[in-house]
Design a protein around this ligand. Structure first.
Ligand code: ADP
Ligand code: ZN
Ligand code: ZN
Length: 684
């Protein structure tokens, strides 16, 4: 028998199973780190990655030989390995789990022969030349030209924060930066927060970069499509990769540019498994690969803003809209001054009047409310019954269209009872309102004297469930077949509506008083983003308005909104954060535990806190008391969390590295269903 070599292989082994992240195998030949292999584990055969480092010292007869080497694929390069190793350590997940979970699911299923077939197909498909006629780039505006010059003058190692209001031409800057990267023979990675935004962006990039290979990567693709895009990127055949957060891990050997559009968007943070921030990893990755990183937003995250203030990022600004269109005028409606009896209507008389005017002029209005369904709860006035969910600490939402009560947390759905389930009262009534009810009310309130109703479209998670529904509804809006568009915040993102001249937030106040310290930041971003949907075409920009109905018109957040002054808002928030010792001035991690009984979850967290106190470096980290999540029980599971805070990121990291391994052992003594650590948590 020929001499076998020992190789270290990362495989998808959850750390909870007590398995090492990388196991040793035997190979007939020496294998470069990053080589993809098939490795036996128990009765299964898994995809693995040869990992650098010294194999262990188990006797050779206890090691298994690899099942196959996927030698048709070049190894994942050192930069990719370093990115994955960093993410694993920083977010406290096992290396094998993280490394394998960011590969396309389809890749896990293929043996060497199947993979070779896919590669042959890919090469054949890529043999057909992409569209050849390129759209010519418009000459840059003065603002864009300046930003591009400053970009050129900024060292690659300095991340760039591009602060530009909606419609200021940020995407055009991305296109220019991408053109430079491509001309220099490099690849570009463009990240967007939402799948829905990729087709639009892809079309724009495809039109500009005719003759270049562009692929997209997001969870809406079929497994085969996703594998194809990934392979094209890894093999260096694709010049441009557009994708959502998962695309940050795409291997790209010639990477020269990473763009993170809407860098403040919470969807860059993965909320399960390895809870990574694709934005933060993009910054790390750019440094690893000597690439430019460009973070863009109209309302940057306060983390990025503060880094720019400290000079660690370079801030570039696009202060005005292309073509000189003005931002919409912001009008606050003081709800305390409005007639009390509006028959339960959500809309104040002046707002209704303003929408009526738009309809008469043939312009469109967008009204949003962040709650879908008809009403958040049904109520019996006789006995006090409310439509609670039996499995969650939440109300079930009344959906009038299909006459159901639905829990938005666990999905539990029943037909609406005809009478109160407690006392038989026939007169059970909805309380509050969601988008369905808003749509109904607007129809009634805006009906002409002869009864003709305005044309209303509703866009929310319910109305867009069917494939193609969103596109159809957006199409109707663009075609001018809609007078009023009603929706959740889904409609406020990214869409380039040309005829909308009025945007209204019906009831945004609750975020002002949320227990989550980031709620105001999110609200401000949402309202600025929403305002950006109005007056996008120069012909309609004149007189465009953003309406906000509020009980707190004096709130500083609304004052800043009124003057479109992100800087003032950011300064105010940062001052508060600094005084309160919150991010970006402190660093957080959250330990969460789920259990059948709240006591068990709490017991686990208390034991974890006890372990924490005994660790070296514990004095640099504050461990707060366990508390239930805002919605404590979901689908019969009790959820608790415990916050950790430190003034020093390295101190917190050192502490977590010592603490998290100790937590695995606690599961034996505490009956929790699962636990997870969330580093830099976004929701508190
Ligand atoms: P943002 O990404 O900041 O919202 P965009 O880059 O999408 O802004 O630009 C807004 C609009 O202005 C788009 O319709 C775009 O095609 C147009 N635009 C951008 N830059 C220029 C330019 N230099 N000349 C002409 N039109 C431009
Ligand atoms: Zn009752
Ligand atoms: Zn429920």
């Amino acid at each position: 028998m020929s001499a076998m070599q020992r190789v270290k292989v990362a495989i998808e082994a959850p750390q909870h199973a007590g398995l090492e992240a990388a196991l040793d195998y035997l190979s007939e030949q020496a294998l470069a780190p990053g080589t993809l292999v098939r490795a036996p584990l128990g009765k299964r055969e898994l995809l693995g990655i040869v990992w650098p480092g010294e194999p262990g010292s188990l006797p050779e007869d206890e090691l298994k030989p690899l099942a196959a080497v996927l030698s048709e694929l070049p190894p994942l390069d050192a930069a990719w390995q370093a990115l994955v190793a960093f993410a694993s350590a920083y977010y406290q997940r096992s290396l094998g789990e993280l490394a394998l979970s960011v590969l396309p699911p389809e890749l896990h299923k293929l043996d060497a022969r199947q993979l070779a077939l896919r590669l042959r197909k890919l090469h054949k498909a890529l043999g057909e030349a992409p569209a050849a006629t390129a759209e010519t780039a418009p000459p840059p505006s003065a603002g864009q030209a300046e930003v591009l010059a400053q970009l050129d003058a900024t060292p690659l190692a300095t991340p760039v924060l591009l602060h530009g209001i909606t419609g200021s031409g940020k995407t055009e800057v991305y296109l220019n930066a991408a053109a430079r990267a491509l001309d220099a023979g490099r690849q570009a990675l463009v990240l967007v927060p939402e799948i829905n935004l990729t087709p639009q962006l892809e079309a724009r990039f495809a039109a500009r970069f005719a003759g270049r290979r562009i692929v997209s990567l997001h969870s809406g693709l079929t497994p085969a499509q996703r594998l194809r895009s990934w392979l094209a990127a890894h093999l260096g055949l694709a010049d441009l990769v557009l994708g959502t957060r998962l695309a940050v891990f795409t291997p790209m050997p010639r990477l020269g540019l990473i763009v993170v559009d809407e860098e403040h968007d919470p969807s860059y943070k993965q909320q399960e498994g390895a809870r990574y921030s694709a934005r933060d990893l993009a910054v790390y990755r750019a440094r690893l690969q000597g690439a430019r990183v460009l973070l863009g937003s109209a309302t940057p995250s306060l983390e990025s803003w503060q880094r720019a203030e400290e000079g660690r990022y370079r801030r570039l600004v696009l202060p005005s809209r292309i073509g000189g269109a003005l931002l919409p005028r912001v009008r606050l409606v003081d709800m305390g001054q409005q007639p009390k009896d509006r028959g339960g209507a959500a809309m104040s008389p002046p707002l209704l009047a303003a929408i009526r005017e738009r309809i008469a002029r043939g312009e469109q209005s967008l009204v949003f409310l962040n709650r879908r369904g008809y009403a958040p709860v049904l109520h019996c006035a006789d006995c006090g019954w409310k439509s609670g969910c039996p499995h969650c600490s939440a109300w079930r939402v009344f959906h009038k269209l299909d006459r159901t009560l639905r829990c938005h947390h666990c999905g539990f759905t029943e037909r609406v009872p005809r009478a109160c389930p407690e006392c038989g009262n026939l007169d059970i009534a909805p309380i509050g309102r969601g988008t369905e009810r808003l749509e109904e009310q607007i129809g009634t309130l805006l009906a002409a004297p002869d009864g003709t109703q305005p044309r209303i479209a509703r866009i929310d998670a319910d109305s867009t469930r069917l494939k193609g529904a969103l596109e159809a509804q957006l199409g109707a809006v663009h075609a001018g077949e809609v007078d009023v568009l009603v929706g959740t915040q889904m409609v406020t993102k990214g869409h380039d509506f040309r005829r909308i001249t009025l945007v209204a937030a019906v009831n945004p106040d609750s975020a002002l008083f949320s227990s989550d310290f980031r709620a105001p930041e999110r609200l401000f971003a949402l309202l600025m983003q929403a305002a950006g949907r109005a007056g996008r075409s120069a012909e309609h920009a004149q007189g465009s308005e953003m309406w906000v109905q509020t009980w707190h018109p004096q709130h500083p957040l609304y004052a800043a909104l009124r003057s479109h002054d992100f800087e003032a808002f950011a300064q105010g928030q940062l001052k508060e954060r600094e005084a309160a010792g919150l991010p970006p001035f402190a660093h957080l991690a959250m330990l969460r535990a789920d259990a059948k009984q709240a006591e068990a979850a709490q017991g686990f967290l208390a034991a974890a806190a006890e372990r924490a106190a005994a660790l070296p470096g514990a004095e640099a980290v504050s461990v707060y008391a366990p508390v239930p999540l805002p919605v404590a029980r979901v689908a019969g599971v009790e959820r608790m969390q415990m916050l950790l805070e430190s003034a020093s990121r390295p101190a917190l990291q050192r502490f977590l590295a010592a603490w998290v391994p100790a937590l695995h052992g606690l599961r034996r003594t505490h009956k929790v269903l699962r636990w997870a650590i969330d580093v830099d948590p976004l929701s508190i």
